[in-house]
Design a binder for this molecule. Structure first.
Ligand SMILES: [Fe+2]
Length: 181
């Protein structure tokens, strides 16, 4: 096999591939959960959540392909089996019961936040430990996408806890920059 000569040692490329494989596994696990909730959700927000989750699993599918292909770019092989996703990922699968819509959303917020924390750590490691700025940049882009997904989901349940005691959710305070109009 032809030697890869891109300015990163085999150890560096291998270390980064391990990070990418754990991110790939978690992306796949959250994709599975997102798709299942897209099928199962019921309630007044059915259409909004059904459509949002369709958008999100399409984005996740594209990201998963990019993660796997980056592992190949670095000369290694991506995890690609259900057993492998569970082994290398940390996201907990939903059990057989079907949660309420708000519980589904809350679970996915937690999952995306876990992925964001992992990615933030992996960006640092890719750059500082393995000197792979390409992967650091790539993972930064993924992290930003998960931050947006988490925000979209969080917005569905923000106000729920305020409303549950019978009080109306209070209006959000919008900071206004001095001098702007
Ligand atoms: Fe569908």
């Amino acid at each position: 096999m032809r030697k890869i000569n891109i300015g990163l040692s085999e150890e560096q490329r291998s270390g980064v591939s391990e990070l990418l494989n754990s991110d790939l596994a978690n992306a796949y696990l959250v994709l599975i959960k997102t798709k299942k909730f897209h099928w199962d959700v019921v309630g007044p927000q059915f259409r909004s959540l059904h459509l949002l989750w369709e958008e999100q699993y399409q984005a996740l599918t594209a990201n998963i392909d990019a993660l796997a292909e980056r592992v190949r770019t670095l000369g290694f092989f991506p995890v690609g089996t259900a057993a492998g996703f569970l082994k290398y990922g940390s996201i907990k699968e939903q059990s057989d019961n079907i949660p309420l819509a708000t519980e589904m959303v809350a679970q996915l917020v937690d999952d995306h936040e876990e992925i964001i924390r992992n990615l933030r750590e992996h960006v640092d490691q890719a750059s500082e430990k393995f000197s792979d700025e390409g992967t650091a940049d790539f993972l930064t882009g993924l992290m930003e996408q998960h931050e947006e997904m988490a925000w979209m989901l969080r917005s569905f349940i923000e106000g729920e806890s305020l409303a549950s005691d019978g009080n109306k959710p209070s209006a959000a305070k919008i900071p206004v920059e001095a001098g702007s109009n």
